[in-house]
Design a protein around this ligand. Structure first.
Ligand code: Q46
Ligand code: ZN
Length: 308
């Protein structure tokens, strides 16, 4: 197998592109795919400052490396969710990556700020752990980005993640979620910072290969809370289709973003937002002006984050 670009020996084959690449051409290919996604969806401008959501896994670290390579000014934000050994190890991968590349990594410790870790918050609120995790991450990404004057928050959602989410939403006809699923969620006047997903043209096999081939160490284990998550079943179903017909995921998600999504516009209700009376984050006016994150917290706590 030869590299499509330089004809040297290939190290990876990507069937949906009907191509194989050597190490250097593969890394370049990944950079190009991210640059293309950014341009195609008007995600951000060259001079903008981007906050990258870092989990210590392959997607977020590959994303941070690629955005930096492409010349964007970036800082990372790692949220320690207090998930035992998983959090300890992922924290270390995030810090090591930032130190090696001399990049700024901001760190939030959920237990310190909120008084609960993900499991504790789930027990006391009777919510699933991933719901407590999602609420906490959304809160902190937006808070740090808006207080730090960042133009956008970049997350490591890849082609496999986004196509699985789309499949799940369509299977349940959650049309308001479908209408809101995009490569870019624009900033709002109410205080939400723009969110962007620059990895939507790369599958998780490619982000893993990117890390291995560029010497990035990342946490390989899945978060232990992910077990039994229906998203994994949707990913597996799409893998069967992808094996049978390479390019299925790209066609499914790419087609949706370019001409399917607009057909769902209007399916999501416009929600009036106000400032949370505790932390000033934007929150729906209907919820007694207290955001979902503050409602999870014991009342004596208040917020703060540190640079690490
Ligand atoms: S980190 Fe958080 Fe995921 Fe773990 S607790 Fe669930 S949502 S599975 S992206
Ligand atoms: Zn709040």
């Amino acid at each position: 197998m030869k590299c499509r670009k330089c004809r040297e020996a290939a190290v990876i084959e990507i069937r949906r592109h009907n191509a194989a690449f050597c190490r250097d051409c593969f890394l370049e290919h990944c950079n190009r795919q991210v640059a293309k996604a950014i341009k195609e969806h008007d995600m951000c401008l060259e001079r903008e400052h981007i906050l990258v959501a870092i989990s210590g896994g392959k997607d977020s670290l590959a994303l941070w490396a690629i955005l930096t390579d492409l010349g964007y000014a970036t800082s990372g934000l790692y949220i320690d969710l207090g998930i035992g050994e998983y959090s300890e190890r992922s924290h270390k991968f995030a810090v090591d990556f930032a130190n090696t590349r001399n990049l700024e990594l901001k760190i939030v410790d959920l237990t310190e700020d909120a008084g609960f870790d993900v499991s504790g918050g789930a027990r006391s609120s009777h919510r699933p752990p991933c719901s407590v995790c999602g609420i906490s991450k959304r809160h902190w990404f937006n808070k740090v980005a808006s207080e730090g004057g960042f133009d956008a928050i970049a997350t490591g959602h890849n082609l496999d993640d986004e196509s699985a989410t789309l499949l799940g939403n369509l299977l349940h006809w959650q049309v308001e979620y479908v209408a809101r699923q995009g490569a870019v969620l624009p900033a709002t006047n109410d205080g939400f910072v723009r969110k962007i997903k620059p990895l939507i043209r790369l599958g998780e096999r490619e982000t893993a290969a990117y890390c291995v081939l560029s010497g990035i160490d990342y946490i390989v284990d899945e978060c232990p809370m992910a077990a039994g998550n229906t998203g994994l079943a949707y990913k597996a179903a799409l893998s069967v289709l992808e094996d049978f017909s390479p390019g299925t995921r790209q066609m499914f998600l790419g087609g949706f973003l370019s001409h399917g999504r607009e057909r769902f516009f209007g399916a999501d209700e416009e929600v009036r937002l106000v400032s949370c009376r505790v932390c000033a984050s934007p929150t729906p006016a209907a919820d007694d002006a207290e955001c979902a994150y503050c409602r999870l917290k014991p009342k004596s706590r208040h917020s703060g984050f540190s640079d690490g």
